[in-house]
Ligand binder design. Sequence first.
Ligand SMILES: Cc1cn([C@H]2C[C@H](O)[C@@H](COP(=O)(O)OP(=O)(O)OP(=O)(O)O)O2)c(=O)[nH]c1=O
Length: 204
Amino acid sequence: MSSDKSIKPELVLASSSPRRKELIALLGLPVTVMPSGASEETPEDWTPRQIVEELSLRKALAVQQEMKADIPSDSSIIIGSDTIVVLDDVIMGKPRDEQDAFHMLSQLSGKAHEVYTGVSCVRASDSRSVTSHRVTKVRMRPLSEAQISRYVATGEPMDKAGAYGIQEIGALLVEAIEGDYFNVVGLPVSLVAILLEQFEVTVP
Ligand SMILES: Cc1cn([C@H]2C[C@H](O)[C@@H](COP(=O)(O)OP(=O)(O)OP(=O)(O)O)O2)c(=O)[nH]c1=O
């Protein structure tokens, strides 16, 4: 056994997502949750990669600014994340209302799309940041209008990009995925582990 000289910091999850909270626990480090009030507005001409990377950094930096009011622990690392669904050149965030959810699911029906998730880690003490993203391909089975209506009526789509949750009833709509499942759920945990290595933080 080698001696463990790695740093064990506190993680601060800059998110209100219950899925991200559950997933980050897999890293086995102490976690505090501080939802970020950062704006999710982006310019029309940004690429999917730009959107998820910039927004994840924006969310983490907003929480870092808030933490300055408290006494920041030097070893705290703030983690921000953002997920979008991309169908050809259509970018889908969370639906505005049930009608929007129905429209998104009608577009996704019977086709493959990409889920982009950005992750940003910001060190509280000096604002050093590392940011990256992952892409997962998801193919949905063809859905009838009645099936989409019934799914929308469950209320599940409303807080999720692309109006579905692969980890819940939305699993029944998905035919195949290619890539990181956790990326679709909203936090690619192995990418978080890779980014944390940049701060000499090792996790199992
Ligand atoms: C595609 C898909 C998305 N999602 C979720 C992940 C994200 O929580 C959400 C996309 O919205 P985001 O804006 O990425 O995140 P959020 O508003 O839920 O939380 P915060 O900004 O505070 O971190 O969609 C699923 O839970 N399952 C899925 O299958």
